[in-house]
Design a protein around this ligand. Structure first.
Ligand SMILES: N[C@@H](CCC(=O)N[C@@H](CS)C(=O)NCC(=O)O)C(=O)O
Length: 407
């Protein structure tokens, strides 16, 4: 008899522990109830140890009561909706580390006006720099919490692979090889570009087709180097590459007459032309010889971080499409447009799936702005580069920018 009762109690205790474990998302009320039942089991066990057979009946009736309570508790827990899927993912990997250290490490160029360039005060500026800031606003609530790490084209992928940077935001072309063999993931495109040529205007050349036999200044470790080789070989034209490691060196080489033509992404040509002692001495040819979708990249193996970076970019593009900017985002709290309400985290999936606060996208828009604001300020008509939106306009305005919906 005593033995039976002991095993009943043991099973009950086990059931309680299981219920406690399984409840995962159970409320503190549930936990209190489980605790109080566990205490009752302990009391009954003590009574049992001391009791004579005559008193066992009383303990047994206590046990019956207890079993009923356990059954009820199990029913309650079973009928609770499983909300584990909606529960915020806890910060792991890169997010946890950057939250602990208080800043993100962002890989940028050694200096490229419009994209990532230190100004005269030594502050980093540019569309890629603003993207680093947007990710800091989303994850740390403060766009200034960024440590910029200048990287040459050759250094950038190793820096990302080795963990020296958490995010590479550096006019980097998304290619199959980089997206696979290099162990990195591109989170989207923040500037659609293509490779072009800049010549000294005294050369009186009007098209790249006239460049047979030219000396070409080019930067190492770039798609530029590969494309130019393809271009000349495919057309059975000759060229002599003059290769440099940084922009500054490439521009100097071009100015010193070490080459007839400088080639890079067209946006880069506009930027580098500004750095010439006499920008009017150079002309950008109309030819575009490649596709250069430039975008931010992260290391493979951390899906949460990959999603955060991806959706920060998507939020900036969606904000422009929905007319939400740093200037009006505060008024949008009362908007009755469901897309806007989801964009700024009032309704919809909010921050849970990303492991972020619900105001993550609000902070991006408030502190940095939407994609269009960032473009205009850094490379667009309000910047020294004066690049038109062109294919970087929104999809509903003749361009290629199209972000998946936030719902
Ligand atoms: N988009 C190309 C080229 C990127 C690139 O590195 N371009 C040069 C020339 S515009 C640059 O940004 N240099 C900056 C530096 O030297 O830090 C790629 O991903 O390979």
């Amino acid at each position: 008899m005593k033995q039976n009762l002991t095993s009943t109690l043991a099973v009950s205790t086990f059931a309680l522990i299981i219920a406690g474990c399984d409840s995962g998302g159970s409320s503190s009320q549930d936990k209190e109830m489980i605790q109080s039942l566990q205490t009752k089991v302990e009391t009954l066990e003590q009574q049992l140890a001391q009791t004579s057979d005559g008193a066992i009946a009383a303990v047994e009736s206590g046990s019956e009561e207890l079993k009923a309570k356990i059954a009820e508790l199990e029913r309650q827990l079973a009928s609770k909706p499983d909300d584990s899927a909606a529960a915020p993912s806890t910060a792991t990997g890169t997010l946890a580390r950057i939250q602990k250290q208080g800043y993100i490490q962002c890989g940028v160029t050694t200096g490229l006006p419009g994209f990532s360039n230190p100004n005269e005060k030594g502050e980093w500026e540019g569309i890629d720099v603003e993207f680093c800031q947007a990710v800091a606003a989303a994850t740390l609530g403060d766009k200034t919490k960024v440590k910029y790490i200048p990287l040459t084209a050759k250094e950038r992928f190793t820096a990302l692979q080795s963990g020296e940077v958490d995010l590479l935001s550096r006019n980097t072309t998304w290619t199959l090889h980089r997206d696979t063999a290099l162990g990195i993931n591109f989170a989207g495109v923040n500037y659609y570009d293509g490779q072009g040529f800049m010549i000294n205007k005294d050369l009186e050349i009007e098209s790249a087709a006239e460049l047979d036999g030219a000396a070409v200044c080019v930067q190492s470790g770039t798609t530029t180097e590969l494309n130019v080789a393809d271009y000349f070989r495919h057309r059975e034209m000759k060229y002599a590459p003059v290769v440099f490691d940084t922009n500054v060196q490439t521009v100097k080489g071009f100015e010193a007459g070490r080459c007839d033509v400088l080639t890079t992404d067209q946006s880069g040509l506009y930027a580098l032309r500004l750095n010439l002692q006499d920008p009017s001495s150079a002309v950008v040819l109309p030819d575009i010889i490649s596709k250069e979708p430039l975008g931010p990249a992260v290391r493979q193996g951390d899906d949460q971080w990959f999603n955060i970076v991806k959706w920060t970019l998507n939020a900036m593009i969606n904000a422009e499409e929905l007319g939400v900017s740093s200037h009006n985002v505060d008024d949008m709290e009362n908007s009755n447009d469901p897309n806007i309400r989801r964009l700024i985290g009032i309704d919809g999936p909010k921050g849970k799936g990303l492991g972020l606060n619900d105001d993550w996208s609000y902070q991006v828009i408030k502190q940095v702005g939407n994609y269009g604001e960032s473009f205009e300020r850094t490379v667009g008509m309000s910047s020294p580069l004066k690049i038109k939106r062109g294919i970087n306009a929104l999809w509903n305005d003749g361009g290629l920018l199209y972000a998946p919906p936030m719902r």
